[in-house]
Design a protein around this ligand. Structure first.
Ligand SMILES: Nc1ncnc2c1ncn2[C@@H]1O[C@H](COP(=O)(O)OP(=O)(O)OP(=O)(O)O)[C@@H](O)[C@H]1O
Ligand SMILES: [Mg+2]
Length: 263
């Protein structure tokens, strides 16, 4: 069953004098429970796709259709933002428990539900801290825990591990896979890491430089459940990484030329 149908999506910003065509003719169908990763050069419209799917941005043309979910009363999707979007005036535990508070769940129960997630991300000692007292990587982990606690049907993740050190990244990639494997969640995951996309995804969408279109879709058929660390040692992993880099290389160079021309 198709969960997210993206049809002929296009998005332009600005007026005629300074017009940016961020997306052009972007078509993608994502199955229920599928894990899809998007890679592409900086500025190619990845965040724009996610924001449109999340309903935070309206397309210039084209449509996004999301299949109706089970009537659990949970929010249908949750976004983990590139710049983590925590509430600065709330403590870590309150940030993570935000969706529970919205559902009218009392303080003690919220805490009981949230603490195991803080344990998982290694931040239980920091539950009373405010975001300003945390490092960038810690804030990103809090943002991730908040999305997990919200328990949405669709997780929209914009470079959620970008600010993490290599070891914490590996731990959270494994954690995300465990959570996803035990759920029926559909995940749309943006990353600059080709290795990360291969380790996590069922399919990788490779985008072109601006205006962003789909260049290629690569199925990743490593069996599940996967261990990210073990997968990396598989010789097929390196071969796949190289072939996806070959697809991306020209686009990254084009994006760099565009950036230089614009400055
Ligand atoms: N609100 C906006 N107003 C004007 N231009 C915008 C707006 N949002 C995005 N853009 C432009 O649209 C293009 C695509 O932006 P987007 O943030 O989707 O790229 P991205 O692929 O996520 O890049 P990155 O990898 O650097 O995060 C860029 O040229 C960007 O400057
Ligand atoms: Mg982005």
């Amino acid at each position: 069953m198709i969960k997210i149908a993206i049809d002929k999506l296009a998005k332009s910003f600005g007026d005629d004098d300074r017009r940016t065509v961020a997306l052009h003719d972007f078509d993608l169908s994502i199955d229920d429970g599928e894990f899809v990763c998007i890679v592409g050069p900086s500025g190619c419209g990845k965040t724009t796709v996610l924001r449109i799917v999340a309903g935070l941005e309206t397309p210039t043309s084209g449509t996004v259709t999301i299949a109706p979910g089970s009537a659990t009363g949970h929010p249908q999707n949750a976004m983990v933002f590139q710049e983590h979007g925590l509430f600065p005036w709330m403590t870590v535990v309150d940030n993570v428990a935000y969706s529970l508070e919205m559902r009218g769940i009392g303080k003690r129960e919220r805490r009981e539900q949230v603490m195991p997630f803080l344990e998982k991300i290694g931040l239980s000692r920091f539950h009373k801290h405010y975001p300003r007292d945390l490092s960038g990587g810690m804030r990103q982990r809090v943002s991730l825990a908040r999305a997990f606690v919200a328990d949405p049907e669709i997780l929209l993740m914009d470079e959620p591990f970008a600010a993490l050190d290599a070891q914490n990244k590996l731990i959270l990639q494994e954690e995300l896979l465990r959570i996803w494997e035990g759920s029926a969640k559909t995940v749309l995951f943006i990353t600059h890491g080709i290795d990360e996309a291969i380790a996590l995804g069922d399919r990788i969408v490779v985008m072109t430089a601006q205006p962003g279109r789909i260049k290629e879709i690569v199925p990743i058929d490593f069996p599940r459940p996967r261990s990210v660390a073990e997968l990396r040692a598989d010789p097929r992993f390196g071969a796949l990484e190289l072939s996806i880099w070959r697809m991306l290389e020209d686009e990254v160079r084009t994006a760099r030329r565009q950036e230089e021309a614009a400055s």
